[in-house]
Ligand binder design. Structure first.
Ligand code: ATP
Ligand code: MG
Length: 665
């Protein structure tokens, strides 16, 4: 029996949280039995299962063929025709729900806007006509580099209405990162803004686009559309630049949607770059639409009177699926916030929840750990009693952060949906359903209907319950990645006929043909619950013991002085690998030798002596991607005393690297 097994048996002994009876009573999936039946049916009768769900959508041509699966290439709703903007907007307005609020928008400086579905539909059509007037055509790529303002979903939906393929680049990225993405996508247009607000300062988005495109570095770009957000002065190129207001001036607010084949590419989105050079993940229209809409409804238990808030930036897949497409497809009302969580003060999020009476709140473990560090008095100072459901995504959540979230934010009575998924999966694959699933802190629990995950060994055989292995998905699901973008769409623009086939196959399909390799390591426990323990690259092997970095990190964070930690392995001549830990401390606590010894001992007590870090370094900050994930690959280089190599364009703050290497001390 390996050491890892002991650890997961320990985690099974943690408390279980049953769905509160009143929550379950009115939930879309009200019991575990109902979930089990739903999941079973989705696997036994996929055709009937998806037919019932897709009947609610608008199809210009209904599908007759559910799927074409020629591994690793898949098509869903194969011969159907639709348009996602119609399903997100027209469908609700036509049903007399145009006055419903789509977004309660809150700007960082405190300005607000309320955008109804009717407003959004008119704005999208007007802007789509404006894009058409710029000469853009179905299949063209458009880079969107914008602040979190309502015009961002307007731009995305306008592209979707015309069959333009958008690629949203998070507004914190540098000129280099934009240039890489513009050129990789061969974009004909860029949509941006004069600036965006961040911690009271203006981030000059247009100026960054200018430097990305300088000296004809991106010759495919003919047009740059610029929204005025901050009254920030900008340089102007008359041949290329057009103000948003000018682009829509005189345009009609009626723009017929293009009837798109189900497999028409909806967007390209580059992955976070946590493990290497970002991949241009391509998603297709109909499968993505159906799956994100259905998961939104079931996982967040969306109802007529919910006010939903997902704090993710739209620049990440979470924002695409669960701020924009999946949520709008349900006609739900969301909060959208432009700025930083600590501006003007560290209680901004709790103030927003109180103000809009948010009922469903979805955020990331990295944010939760930050809130823990900032102190309970911030949430305690606000009325959060409107909340009924919480969610997390992005990284494994350590049980201590989970328990804090449950108690301090959820008041002890909100279920937490720990949702496991990836840019490539398009939507949530492993998750609790809040009215049905008993929760175990730190586990993403069970597969969503239609999803068949498995934990396997290197040779593809299922491992025993409680043993760690590779997380794979046995069959395709509707919002699965269709390819990695590269140089045009090929003959028909259809699956398998475009993109970097080699990288697509190597990354996801080579190891186990026909089965999707997630790249994550996981354990399934005796109840069938999945515990994702991080990337396979992040599994350590210390003196013959296999252990996930997340487990050592959880042990460190369970110490009262520790705010956050990152753990990596470095080569060791004797033990194979040694454990190196980088630790940030809670406010007011100083790291010294005594604390180092105490933390090392604490890990030993929690996990076993073998798991004690041999190197433990206190630091003010950890290197993170701009989506807030720890970039362990950089720390591995530092721990091993190597030069830091590889792509760092997605790193949030380069100076963190210098200080970790000790360049400044
Ligand atoms: P790249 O693929 O470029 O290295 P990335 O994997 O960080 O970057 P994303 O697609 O944004 O890019 O993140 C998906 C990954 O995030 C998953 O593979 C998993 O490692 C992690 N993850 C997401 N949600 C969860 C969760 N609920 N529990 C555990 N891990 C999660
Ligand atoms: Mg990834």
């Amino acid at each position: 029996m390996g050491a890892g097994q002991d650890i997961h048996q320990a985690s099974e002994m943690t408390e279980r949280f049953e769905p509160p009876a009143d929550f379950a009573g009115s939930a879309h999936v009200p019991s575990f039995e109902v979930y089990k039946q739903l999941h079973q049916r989705s696997l036994d009768d996929p055709e009937g299962f998806w037919r019932e769900i897709t009947d609610d959508f608008v199809w210009f041509k209904p599908w007759t063929q559910l799927q074409e699966w020629k591994p690793p290439f898949v098509k869903w709703f194969v011969d159907g025709e639709t348009n996602i903007s119609v399903n997100c907007l027209d469908r609700h307005v036509d049903a007399g729900r145009g006055n419903r609020v789509a977004y309660y928008w809150e700007g960082e400086p405190g300005d607000t806007r309320t955008v109804t579905y009717a407003d959004l539909l008119a704005d999208v059509q007007r802007f789509a006509n404006g894009l058409k007037a710029q000469g853009l055509e179905c299949g063209d790529r458009v880079i969107i580099y914008m602040p979190m303002v309502p015009e961002l979903p307007v731009a995305m939906l306008a592209c979707a209405r015309l069959g333009l393929v958008h690629s949203v680049v998070f507004g914190g990225f540098s000129a280099d990162a934009i240039r890489d993405r513009v050129n990789d996508a061969g974009a004909r247009a860029v949509i941006t803004a004069d600036g965006s607000w961040r911690r009271g300062r203006v981030i000059p988005l247009k100026a960054t686009v200018d430097s990305a495109l300088a000296e004809n570095a991106s010759p495919t770009v003919e047009t740059v559309v610029v929204l005025k957000r901050c009254e920030n002065a900008v340089d102007w190129n008359d041949d290329r630049d057009v103000w948003w207001d000018k682009a829509i001036d005189g345009q009609s607010d009626v723009c017929p949607p293009v009837h798109l084949p189900a497999e028409h590419p909806l967007y390209i989105l580059y992955t976070s770059g946590t493990t290497g050079k970002p991949k241009g993940v391509v998603h297709a229209t109909a499968g993505y639409m159906v799956y994100t809409a259905y998961t939104s409804r079931m996982v967040f238990d969306l109802k007529e009177d919910d006010i939903y808030w997902c704090t993710a930036d739209i620049g990440w897949v979470t924002g695409h699926s669960y701020v924009v497409y999946g949520i709008l497809a349900n006609g739900a009302s969301s909060v959208m916030y432009e700025g930083a969580p600590n501006h003007p003060a560290e209680d901004r999020f709790w103030e927003i929840i109180e103000k809009y009476k948010v009922t469903v709140f979805y955020t990331a473990p990295t944010a939760i750990r930050t809130f823990v560090r900032w102190g309970d008095h911030h949430p305690d100072g606000h009325d959060l009693s409107s909340l009924r459901l919480l969610g997390t995504v992005g990284e494994p959540i350590n049980p201590d952060a989970w328990l804090w979230y449950h108690r301090v934010i959820g008041g002890g009575n909100c279920p937490i949906v720990d949702t496991w998924w990836q840019t490539e999966t398009g939507g949530i694959l492993i998750t609790p359903l809040p009215g049905a699933t008993a929760l175990k802190p730190g586990s993403a629990t069970l597969p969503f209907p239609g999803v068949e995950p498995e934990v396997v060994s290197e040779d593809g055989q299922p491992v025993e319950d409680g043993e760690r292995g590779l997380l794979i998905v046995r069959r395709p699901w509707p919002s699965m990645i269709r390819g990695i973008y590269q140089d045009g769409w090929g003959q028909s623009g259809h699956v398998g006929e475009f993109g970097d086939r080699e990288r697509f196959v190597d990354t996801y399909w080579e190891k186990f043909p026909g089965q999707y390799l997630t790249g994550d390591g996981a354990v399934r426990d005796a109840d069938g619950y999945f515990w994702v323990i991080g990337r396979v690259d992040d599994t350590l092997s210390v003196a013959g013991h296999r252990i996930g970095t997340a487990e050592v990190e959880s042990a460190l964070v369970s110490h009262s002085s520790v705010a956050e930690s990152a753990v990596v392995g470095a080569p060791d001549p004797i033990t194979g690998e040694f454990i190196a830990a980088f630790v940030t401390l809670k406010a007011g606590i100083d790291g010294d030798d005594a604390l180092e010894a105490e933390l090392t001992a604490h890990v030993g007590e929690t996990l076993g002596r073998f798991a004690r870090p041999k190197m433990l370094k206190f630091t003010d900050a950890l290197p993170k991607t701009r989506s807030g994930k720890i970039m362990r690959r950089l720390l591995r280089d530092i721990a091993a005393g190597r030069e830091v190599v590889g792509d760092t364009t997605t790193l949030e703050d380069l100076s963190v690297l210098a200080s970790l290497r000790g360049d400044d001390d």
